[in-house]
Design a protein around this ligand. Structure first.
Ligand code: NAD
Length: 348
């Protein structure tokens, strides 16, 4: 057997261990803690390196890299988006990610991020809704009942305090799955047979569908005054969920405008369409919800800093638990210049 002659092992969190970590912490507590980490990083927004994600598009989907750094740590996520995958028994979105030390460049964490993406997306949606949704919001319409939907519902319960979700999906089996999974969570779950029925009486409207087209999940006449729209399924060029008229009547809040203008609902609007950056609402520099009749719209596409916060959270939490393995990922010979010698010694 080859003896390792190097010392730098990298903590690795597998899917199995991520699930153990979630159960160890508690799902709703983890969503709340993640939202706090994300909110903290939005407060220090200006010091991050920021770039729109690097996307490689194909006819059927997209593969993306999402890097950022706060000067001390560097993180990136690899993520795909393939709406046709579910019909082949595969996930629409899968991901993994890495955190590294900026001083040495050595990785400090490698982790699955498919579950973590669902958790951080839900935590972001709920953190944003806490700032923008009408006070006392109790009901959310959840349109698109796929992989993200239960996480979205439970984050809104834990962080915003909703007590009811009204579910709709064009595939009734997805709605059944979501409703069954939410049983016993304390949420009142109502299965709906149309998007119009789903939004009845809801203060928060979440759209989280997957389709590679300019879809109209919400048409202009469906959206009344005073609601908060959490539109997170449109996150690629040529993939949107809202009628243009809704954007014209709403105050639109975004993560990072250079990325959202390419990928978000606002790709339908002129380049100079006015948006508010969320970090400025969170620091108090800009106003969020002004009045009870205003429509607030979170045009969420998912930004690298949210993944960075999630990686930071996992690093801070998992190392005190047994839910990680040490991975022999880096060649790190005792004599840093003798990489070749390390290889030759391994032959013996
Ligand atoms: P999924 O494929 O598991 O679920 C999508 C659901 O949408 C399916 O159940 C499908 O039947 C339903 N759907 C499609 N078109 C519909 C329509 N016209 N009306 C009603 N329902 C419809 O996907 P998922 O993992 O839940 O992700 C959902 C979307 O969210 C994807 O587009 C994904 O790219 C996006 N996403 C965004 C972020 C973000 O940060 N903004 C993060 C993760 C995923």
């Amino acid at each position: 057997m080859i003896q390792p002659s190097h010392k730098a092992l990298v903590p690795f969190v597998s899917v199995e261990n991520m699930m153990r970590l979630v159960h160890h912490v508690g799902l709703e507590k983890m969503l709340t803690d993640l939202a706090a980490y994300i909110e903290d990083d939005f407060r220090r927004w200006e010091l991050f390196d920021k770039t729109p994600r690097v996307a490689s598009h194909s006819d059927v989907g997209v593969i993306e890299l999402m890097p950022t750094s706060d000067g001390e740590a560097y993180g990136f996520k690899y993520v795909n988006g393939h709406p046709k995958n579910t019909s082949e028994g595969l996930q629409t979105v899968t991901a993994f990610g890495l955190l590294a030390n900026v001083y040495t460049g050595y990785p400090t964490l490698l982790t699955e991020m498919t579950l973590l993406t669902a958790l951080r997306t839900a935590a972001t949606s709920a953190m944003v809704a806490k700032h923008l949704a009408p006070k006392g919001s109790s009901t959310m319409a959840m349109i698109g009942n796929g992989a993200q939907s239960e996480f979205q519902s439970l984050a809104m319960k834990a962080i915003v305090g909703i007590d009811t979700v009204r579910l709709f999906d064009r595939d009734p089996k997805a709605t059944e799955k979501c409703a069954a999974n939410l049983e016993g969570t304390g949420l009142t779950v109502i299965r709906c047979t149309s998007p119009e029925e789903a939004i009845e009486g809801a203060q928060i409207l979440t759209t989280c569908t997957a389709d590679k087209q300019y879809a109209t999940i919400l048409s202009d006449n469906m959206v009344g005054a005073g609601v908060h729209i959490n539109a997170i399924g449109g996150d690629c060029p040529g993939k949107t969920e809202l009628a243009k008229g809704i954007l014209e009547r709403s105050d639109v809040f975004v993560e990072y405008p250079p990325q959202t203008r390419i990928e978000g609902e606002i790709q339908q609007m002129p380049e100079d369409f006015a948006v508010t950056e969320l970090w400025e609402v969170i620091t108090g520099a800009k106003q969020g919800r002004r009045d009870a009749r205003q429509i607030t719209l979170f045009d969420g596409v998912g930004f690298a800093i949210e993944d960075f916060s999630a990686l930071r959270y996992v690093r801070d939490t998992v190392l005190e638990t047994p839910y990680h393995q040490d991975l022999d990922l880096l060649a790190d010979p005792d004599d840093p210049r003798d990489l070749f010698g390390m290889l030759t010694r391994a032959a013996g």
